[in-house]
Structure formats: structure tokens, C-alpha cells
Design a protein. Structure first.
Length: 367
């Protein structure tokens, strides 16, 4: 069994150095380490250029992006590249996550001893410790489910969960998670337009539909991240947090849940802005804009593309519709479906026009 590493970094060179060292000191070495540099300007690019040339048993790959695409864009590029590389399982993490030296060994042993792991498991993940290396951070593993009154519950794992040898979840962060490459091939990768927040939760929930996700407490990773104060969150990041939370619900649950969340989520964050926000007006504007964009989202683009292809006018049609979908970076499967339905709609309209239906209707109303 071969393990690959996908690591995303942005302007945290000193933490990146520690992270890279933690992978190079594993008791079971990864096949490769692929670093996605999100257009850092702190010397990261130059450091990685030298790092990649070092002699090592590990294959070292660097992907330098020409702009900062956020965590979601970085993981999308990293995972996309991993599909072409030689590894059975892919470990994903930011540059501030440092796995304990036996983490890969524990993960490998678990997978190799699990009957039909390739077919039955989508991912395994470890216990996340805060920067002190002792305190468990339960927020990185969660169980997502629906409740009464059209609500979505997403509770974090509990400390007592980590007293077990293993426990099942269906939501994880990209901190200390090892994903089955076979499952990556069967679903869309990270939603790169999320930029930050909820990209890992959304991806993990989809992966959970293809196989189990097991958390193994003995497989530990230290997350060297400061505690986020609410006053810090309610800035430009608030937009992505609200929009992506709603898009996650919209993409994975029935409309009734989405409608309920369109009320509950902004209400909660507006209360938080009222209590902790320094610029309340800006915070409220960000929340309102996020809800608006989440409602339009992919469904708006889907129907817009369908109508564009379906209305038989000069310049419209399947070819230009496909081009538009590519420019807008729409999901491939949804864009193909919209174009196909648009072609059918165009055929129906032209058929009715040829049969003189529209003329007859016009004559009736003219009379």
C-alpha cells in the first residue's frame, strides 16, 4: 500500500518547514509529497524549489499557482494532480498540521488489516490535537444528519469518542485525513470556488455516501492554529462561511432543508455580528450577499444555461452553451445535463413552430 501527501500552503513558510519535516520523519514514508503553493510571497516558492531538489526516498512535487485560490482551490489542484500519481491513499492537510511520526504506520496497518478496505472505506482520519500537543480538538470530526422541523444537525465529535479504538463519522476537515484514491475517482473533487470554509465538510459528506469514514484516535496530528475569535471571523471571511454553509445544504439535501437553513444560518451569524462585530453594517451586508449568492448558486446557472441552449436564436445552441459552461467553470455533469435538456427544449419549440401551433395561438388571441 502506498500513501501520497497533498499539502496546501500560503505565506506560512516556517510552519511549512515543520510540516514537511514531520512527513519526512514518518516511520512509514509516503510515496510522494505534493505541495500546492497558493502564490505565497514570503519566500515559499524559492524554498520549495531547493527542497524539491534534495535527494530523498520520497518523490517531491511542487505546484506553484499564479494566484491565491484559497484552501479549496489549492486542495482541488492537489487532489486533481494526485489522481495521476502512484499512491493508493492520499493524505491531505494544510501547512500547519504536523502528524506524529507513527501516524502513517498506524493508518497503513489499519487499512491493510481491514477486510475489503478499498471497496468499503472512503477515508480514515486521526485525532487532531491543538497546538499544545495534548488537548483534543473535537471540531475537526463531525456527524451530519437531518432532524425534525427540516433542520440539519452537524455536531462535533465528543471527547469520549476518542476513548474508543475507532468511531465512524461523515464529516471531516482536511487536517490529518487519508482518502481512498478509488473513491476520489468516483465523485467530484473539492469545490474549488468555495475559497475557504466548508470545502472539506462538503467533500467528506459526499465521500461518506461511497464508503465509511473512520476516525482512529491513535493516529494523531497536531494542528498549530490559533483560536479564531468571533471578532476576527466577522470580516471578509464571513461571506464565505455563510455562503458555503448554505451551498453545502443546497447541494446535498432536499429543498425544504435549504429553505429552513436560509433563515437559521443568517440569523445566527447576524446575532454574532451584533454581539461581537466591530463593523456591524459591513457584517450584515456580507451575510445578506452570501444568502443571495447561495440561493442563486449552481441552480441559477443550471436553468440559465438550459434556457440559453433551448431558445432557438442566432448565437445560442449546444456549442455556445458548452463554451459558456466552460468559461463559467460549471460542474461538468450538470452542464452536460443542462445542454442536453436545452437541446430537447429547442427541438420541442421548433417542432411546435413548424406545426403552426404558435401562429394558431397568436390568431386566437388576435381575434
Amino acid at each position: 500500500m502506498k500513501i501520497g501527501v497533498v499539502l496546501v500552503t500560503y505565506n506560512r513558510l516556517e510552519k511549512l518547514k515543520i510540516a514537511l519535516k514531520s512527513y519526512e520523519e514518518q516511520t512509514v514514508l509516503p510515496k510522494y509529497i505534493l505541495v500546492v503553493n497558493n502564490n505565497s510571497n514570503d519566500g515559499t516558492k524559492e524554498y520549495l524549489e531547493n527542497w524539491s531538489k534534495d535527494n530523498s526516498k520520497i518523490e517531491k512535487i511542487v505546484v506553484n499557482l499564479d494566484k491565491n485560490t484559497g484552501g479549496s482551490g489549492g486542495f482541488y489542484e492537489g487532489l486533481k494532480n494526485s489522481l495521476e500519481l502512484e499512491a493508493d491513499w492520499v493524505w491531505v492537510a494544510d501547512d500547519d498540521a504536523y502528524p506524529k511520526e507513527n501516524a502513517f504506520e498506524i493508518g497503513r496497518n489499519y487499512i491493510e488489516n481491514y477486510k475489503n478496505a478499498t471497496e468499503e472505506l472512503s477515508a480514515i482520519c486521526g485525532e487532531v490535537l491543538k497546538s499544545d500537543g495534548k488537548t483534543i480538538d473535537c471540531s475537526h470530526r463531525r456527524r451530519i444528519y437531518t432532524t425534525l422541523f427540516n433542520r440539519i444537525a452537524q455536531p462535533y465529535s465528543k471527547v469520549k469518542d476518542y476513548e474508543q479504538d475507532e468511531f465512524e463519522i461523515n464529516g471531516f476537515s482536511y487536517v490529518g485525513t487519508m482518502i481512498n484514491k478509488e473513491k476520489l475517482l468516483k465523485t467530484e473533487l473539492t469545490k474549488k470556488d468555495y475559497f475557504i470554509y466548508y470545502d472539506d465538510t462538503e467533500h467528506s459528506y459526499r465521500l461518506s455516501k461511497l464508503g465509511k469514514i473512520i476516525c482512529i484516535p491513535k493516529m494523531q496530528v497536531v494542528h498549530d492554529a490559533p483560536h479564531s475569535e468571533m471578532s476576527e471571523i466577522v470580516k471578509w471571511k464571513l461571506y464565505y462561511l455563510v455562503r458555503n454553509t448554505l451551498d453545502f445544504v443546497k447541494s446535498n439535501f432536499d429543498e425544504k432543508y435549504f429553505k429552513e437553513q436560509c433563515f437559521e444560518v443568517p440569523f445566527k451569524f447576524k446575532v454574532a455580528v451584533f454581539l461581537f462585530g466591530k463593523d456591524k453594517k459591513y457584517g450584515y451586508e456580507m451575510i445578506n450577499e452570501a444568502v443571495k449568492d447561495a440561493k442563486a448558486g449552481k441552480t441559477g446557472l443550471f436553468f440559465a444555461l438550459l434556457i440559453f441552449v433551448g431558445i432557438p436564436l442566432p448565437g445560442t445552441g449546444a456549442w455556445t452553451g458548452t463554451l459558456a459552461a466552460s468559461i463559467l467553470d460549471m460542474d461538468f455533469k450538470r452542464s452536460i445535463l443542462a445542454v442536453m435538456l436545452g437541446v430537447i427544449l429547442a427541438g420541442i419549440i421548433m417542432g411546435l413552430a413548424s406545426a403552426g401551433v404558435f401562429g394558431a395561438v397568436g390568431a386566437i388571441f388576435a381575434a
